[in-house]
Design a protein around this ligand. Structure first.
Ligand code: PMP
Length: 357
C-alpha cells in the first residue's frame, strides 16, 4: 500500500476471487463457470469485421441487446439495465441505494460486504438459520437496502417468490435487490414483480447459465425510475463499459434460448446424480437449485478435502469463515468430470481411513 491511498480504503478488504492457477491442468469446479461452450450460433456471431470495428466506441445504450431482453421477458426497454457483469450492477446498487445502510445474510455472496465497505454503507448481516435456510421475516421492514441472492451462494438454497413479495410489501421505502445469478438452475424468478413493486431490482448474469463468464455481461430489471438511477451512475463512471464484441455475443445468446435451456437441464441432471453419489459416501449435501453443491463430511475437514482434491488436480472452493469451514462448494461440471470427482473423493476418504458403513 502506498502512502497516497485514501484513508477510507486502507482498511478495506477487497474481494478474493476463486483461484485460477496455471501450474497444471485442473478440473475446475471452483468458480461456478459452465462446463459447456456457448451455443454454436454464438461462436459464429463475431467475425473479423466486428473486430475491425473495435476502432469505434461501443453503443453505450446497448440498444439491440436491451430490445431483445425486453422482448424475451415481456417488459419495457426502460426496465432493463446492462453492465459489465452483475458485479458491476451490484456495485452501482450499493452506491445508489445504500444511504441508510444495507442488510444481507451472514453467509452469502462475499462481494456484498466489500461493496458496502467500498461505499461506506453500514452493513447489517443477518445470520441464516441453523440449517442454512433464510427466514424471510427477518428481512421485512427495516428501512435499509436489502440484498438477497436467490438462490443463495454458497449454500445453493432458495426462498419462494411469495416470501420475496412479503419482503417487498413490508417496506416500500427501501430498495430490495434480488440477485438471481443462479436462478436458471431450478429457482423461481421474481422478475414479474417489477410491474407491481417499484422498489425491486432483479439482477441477472450471462456468466453462469449463458456460458459467458469471460464476456462480462450482466443485466438488471426494475422500475423505470430505478433503472434511470443506475444509468446515471454508469454514465458517471464508464458509459462504454460493455465492449461491442460482448454486446454482439449477448444478442446471439438471447436468440439461442433453447440451447441454454437444454444445457441447464443437463447440469441439473448431473447435479442430482452427484448429490446422490456424495450422499452415498456419507456427505451432508445441502439442497441446491444452482449449478453447485455445498457439501461437508464428518470424516474429513473442509480444508483437508479441498487440499487433497487440489493435489489430485481438482479445484473446489473452500471458505475459511467460521460457520462454513467444514464445507466445500463444488461447481457442477459435465458428467465425466463429476464421475472423476466422485471417484477421487472416494479414494481420499479411503486414505483418510473413513469407511462408509
Ligand atoms: N452474484 C452471485 C451470487 C455470484 O455468485 C456471482 C459470481 N461470482 C455474481 C453475482 C457475479 O457474477 P458476474 O459478475 O460474473 O455477472
Amino acid at each position: 500500500m502506498s502512502r497516497f491511498l485514501k484513508q477510507r480504503y486502507q482498511a478495506m478488504e477487497a474481494y478474493t476471487p476463486g483461484e485460477q492457477p496455471r501450474d497444471m491442468e485442473y478440473i475446475k469446479l471452483n468458480t461456478n463457470e459452465a462446463p459447456f461452450p456457448p451455443a454454436p450460433s454464438v461462436l459464429e456471431a463475431v467475425g473479423k469485421e466486428d473486430i475491425a470495428l473495435l476502432r469505434l466506441y461501443s453503443d453505450p445504450t446497448c440498444s439491440a441487446l436491451t430490445e431483445k431482453l425486453a422482448r424475451l421477458y415481456g417488459v419495457g426497454k426502460e426496465n432493463i439495465f446492462l453492465s459489465n457483469g452483475s458485479d458491476d450492477i451490484l456495485n452501482f446498487a450499493f452506491m445508489a441505494f445504500g444511504e441508510k445502510g444495507a442488510r444481507f445474510p451472514d453467509i452469502t455472496y462475499g462481494f456484498y460486504k466489500v461493496f458496502a465497505q467500498l461505499h461506506g454503507v453500514e452493513a447489517e448481516q443477518i445470520p441464516l438459520e441453523e440449517d442454512f435456510s433464510l427466514d424471510y421475516k427477518r428481512y421485512c421492514a427495516g428501512g435499509r437496502l436489502t440484498v438477497i441472492a436467490n438462490p443463495n451462494a454458497p449454500t445453493g438454497m432458495s426462498i419462494p417468490v411469495w416470501q420475496i413479495e412479503e419482503i417487498l410489501r413490508s417496506d416500500p421505502h427501501r430498495v430490495v435487490v434480488i440477485d438471481e445469478a443462479y436462478v436458471d438452475f431450478g429457482g423461481e424468478s421474481c422478475y414479474p414483480l417489477i410491474e407491481k413493486y417499484d422498489n425491486l431490482l432483479v439482477v441477472r448474469t450471462f456468466s453462469k447459465s449463458r456460458c459467458m463468464a469471460g464476456g462480462r455481461l450482466g443485466y438488471a430489471m426494475g422500475s423505470a425510475a430505478i433503472i434511470a438511477d443506475l444509468e446515471k451512475l454508469k454514465y458517471a463512471t464508464n458509459p462504454y463499459n460493455i465492449n461491442r464484441l460482448t454486446q454482439a455475443l449477448g444478442e446471439a445468446t438471447v436468440d439461442a434460448e433453447d440451447y441454454y435451456r437444454a444445457m441447464c437441464g443437463e447440469i441439473i441432471r448431473v447435479r442430482e446424480w452427484t448429490a446422490k453419489a456424495l450422499e452415498a459416501l456419507g456427505f451432508r449435501v445441502l439442497p441446491s437449485q444452482t449449478n453447485f453443491l455445498f457439501v461437508s463430511h464428518s470424516g474429513i475437514g473442509g480444508k483437508a478435502l479441498y487440499l487433497a482434491l487440489k493435489q489430485r488436480g481438482i479445484l473446489v472452493r473452500h471458505f475459511e469463515s467460521q460457520r462454513i469451514r467444514d464445507f466445500n462448494r463444488v461447481t457442477i461440471g459435465d458428467k465425466r468430470q463429476m464421475e472423476r470427482f466422485v471417484e477421487t473423493v472416494k479414494d481420499i476418504l479411503q486414505e483418510a481411513g473413513y469407511e462408509n458403513k
